[in-house]
Design a protein around this ligand. Structure first.
Ligand SMILES: Cc1cc2nc3c(=O)[nH]c(=O)nc-3n(C[C@H](O)[C@H](O)[C@H](O)COP(=O)(O)O)c2cc1C
Length: 204
């Protein structure tokens, strides 16, 4: 199938969303934990986390336009702290359910049955059941003029990862950690490693 720009413009809205969301490839599966100033906790699945740099350790997150009134966006802008919790294969269904639009007073932790865990001095909640958990502080917020989405840039200030899954060179075995990956808007996959390769150089 070939789609021209005109064909893409004419696609049904839901079809286009499913189609476009499939075509960037497999994506990171994270649950974003946040809270407001009154301590109301929120959890939302997000597949847009992207590595922006290691030193400082920065992660970008793209959030929907604010007319959708996302609690996650409001909370992060308010407290400037949030968590990324890798979706583990044992709770991918609960993770997906956090995408439902619950009213502000309802915590998705309670609604889907995941456990909120607080770490001293960090206002945003982590997920007790998650194996890999990151705490971030908001460093930059860029509303994107092209479509009203928001790019949030956070610095990682806390990392919790199983000792046994970190190799001597620092790489983390996500497969062994049970982290899943997402394709499209609703498909979750377990990963199978093909192999690790040497650092690429022209003469190697
Ligand atoms: C697989 C999947 C990936 C998603 N990724 C994102 C994302 O990267 N950014 C975003 O703003 N919303 C994303 N969403 C939608 C949010 O999870 C959804 O809008 C949620 O209701 C937001 O919750 P909140 O209002 O509590 O912040 C995704 C939904 C699904 C099912």
């Amino acid at each position: 199938m070939i789609f021209t720009s005109d064909d893409l413009q004419r696609l049904d809205t839901r079809y286009r969303a499913a189609f476009a969301n499939s075509l960037t490839g497999f994506k990171a599966a994270n649950l974003v934990g946040s809270a407001d100033a009154d301590g109301n906790q929120n959890l939302a699945i997000m597949s847009s986390a992207v590595h922006l740099g290691s030193h400082p350790f920065l992660i970008g997150l793209v959030l929907r336009p604010s007319d959708a009134r996302q609690h996650t966006l409001e909370n992060i802008l308010e407290l400037r702290s949030y968590t990324l919790n890798h979706v583990h294969e044992s709770f991918y269904q609960e993770a997906h359910q956090t995408a439902a639009r619950y009213p502000r007073g309802v915590s998705e932790f309670v609604a889907v049955g995941l456990t909120a865990e607080l770490v001293e001095g960090f206002p945003a909640p982590f997920i007790a059941e998650a194996r890999i958990r990151l705490g971030l502080e908001l460093r930059e917020h860029h509303p994107l003029a092209i479509n009203g989405t928001h790019l949030l840039i956070g610095e990682v200030v806390l990392v919790d990862v199983p000792d046994t899954n970190v190799a001597e060179d620092g790489s983390v075995d996500l497969g062994a950690s049970g982290t899943v990956t997402i394709s499209g808007l609703d498909c979750y996959h377990r990963v199978q490693q093909l192999g690790r390769l040497a650092y690429a150089k022209p003469d190697l």
